[in-house]
Write a protein that binds this ligand. Structure first.
Ligand code: FAD
Length: 364
């Protein structure tokens, strides 16, 4: 068979590009995927009748109406607003920090004004914010840092927050109100039948063919395609690690079926001070699935082995990526898309937005 495009990777970036090429241009696409399933990181499946997300909790949220409308062609949505609690000193307190976090943590009765006074009394005077540790000390002070951030960050990244650039933590908001939602975006929800079903509907076209359990390098020389290769895999692998490996912080996901109706109050509870895992997700609370007597939970164990999750935020690896980026810019017959090729943490909506823009600007 001959194709117009070959796409490496069946994650949301590859699937969005395949869908656009097949349905709008009526051209033939082959998707080659290394894993035994489509969906990339958003893949979900039934385990003991409970829908679980294999690569950790994924909640759709976006400010971009265009992205929401695009994905809404392939799924209906369940209304869901994400709330996270953090287990500290035996208490469950809302994250990100809002008035109720401080009230619960310190048995206070603060309101919007007195929260500001409390913060002013406790925050440290840091002249120049250089690290993630500085961000929290300057915003909330040392006790909050020690209770909620220090161990969590160290565990998540394998190094102290004092060694991480300020932008790693500055993305976490501090709210001087009672808003305990994790995301503030206008569009938030979970796909009604799960992410995998949504992904399957994206590639229903007869123009799209999928080869699973296949590394593209084993096949690419034998495949006939007359337009471009679209690559959404790791960029260092594409260039045979010529500038060395790009480091990722990885996660190991360990799920468990518990014989209870409910395991915890909300879908995600953080355990900043557990020595090993960072958080527990209870999937029924994400998906609103009704099933009695059992529930599925998942613990996340960070490390340098496991699923590649977060590009490592140090200058050494950003510089290394720049060397690869210079090579990417020279390619005429390859289009790069997605989190692994761009060595960047993207939320789902930005991956889809980026793919839609690539289609409009570079393919159509
Ligand atoms: P991927 O989904 O990684 O897809 C790339 C695909 O390429 C993979 O399937 C891979 O197997 C395949 N591949 C790689 N190499 C090869 C090869 N050599 N040959 C063939 N195939 C190959 N975003 C949100 O919006 N909300 C969330 O709540 C959220 N939670 C997250 C939680 C975690 C723990 C993580 C790590 C990410 C989360 N994200 C979330 C981000 C989301 O996972 C990504 O934005 C999205 O999945 C990226 O899609 P992608 O197609 O770029 O990459």
């Amino acid at each position: 068979m001959e194709f117009d495009y070959v796409i490496v990777g069946a994650g949301l970036s590859g699937l969005t590009l395949a869908e656009r090429i097949a349905n709008e241009l009526d051209e033939k696409v082959l998707i080659i995927e290394k894993r035994d399933h489509i969906g990339g990181n958003v893949y979900d499946y039934y385990q003991n009748d409970i829908l679980i997300q294999k690569y950790g909790p994924h909640i759709f949220h976006t400010k971009e109406k265009k992205v929401y409308d695009y994905l809404s062609q392939f799924t209906e949505w369940i209304d869901y607003e994400h709330r996270v609690l953090s287990c500290v000193d035996g208490k469950l307190v809302p994250m990100p920090i809002c008035i109720d976090t401080l009230n619960a943590l310190y048995d206070l009765d603060l309101d919007e004004n007195s929260m500001q006074e409390w913060i002013d009394e406790h925050k440290e005077d840091i002249k120049e914010i250089k690290s993630s540790e500085d961000v929290v000390l300057a915003n909330a002070g040392r006790d909050i840092y020690n209770k909620l951030f220090k161990n969590y960050t160290e565990k998540q990244w394998g190094t102290s927050a004092a060694n991480l650039s300020s932008d790693v933590i500055s993305r976490i908001p501090f709210r001087f109100n009672h808003d305990d939602r994790y995301f503030e975006d206008a569009y938030q929800g979970m796909p009604k039948d799960g992410f995998t079903k949504m992904c399957e509907r994206m590639i229903e076209s007869d123009n799209i063919h999928v080869g699973l359990k296949s590394d593209y390098k084993d096949y690419i020389d034998r495949i006939k395609y007359d337009k471009k290769l679209i690559y959404t895999g790791p960029i260092d692998y594409f260039y045979d690690y010529k500038y060395g490996e790009l480091l990722y912080r990885c996660l190991n996901f360990v799920w468990e079926i518990v014989d209870e109706d409910s395991y915890q109050e909300v879908a995600v509870v953080n355990y900043p001070n557990d020595p090993y895992f960072t958080r527990i997700t209870e999937f029924k609370k994400l998906t609103s699935q009704k099933i009695d007597g059992k529930t599925a939970i998942m613990r996340e164990y960070p490390g340098f082995n496991g699923e590649k999750c977060y590009p490592y935020p140090t200058q050494e690896y950003l510089d290394k990526f720049k060397l690869y980026e210079a090579e990417m810019e020279k390619e005429e017959n390859v289009i790069f898309a997605g989190r692994l090729a761009k060595y960047k943490y993207y939320n789902m909506d930005l991956v889809v937005k980026d793919a839609l823009e690539i289609f409009e600007k570079e393919i159509k």
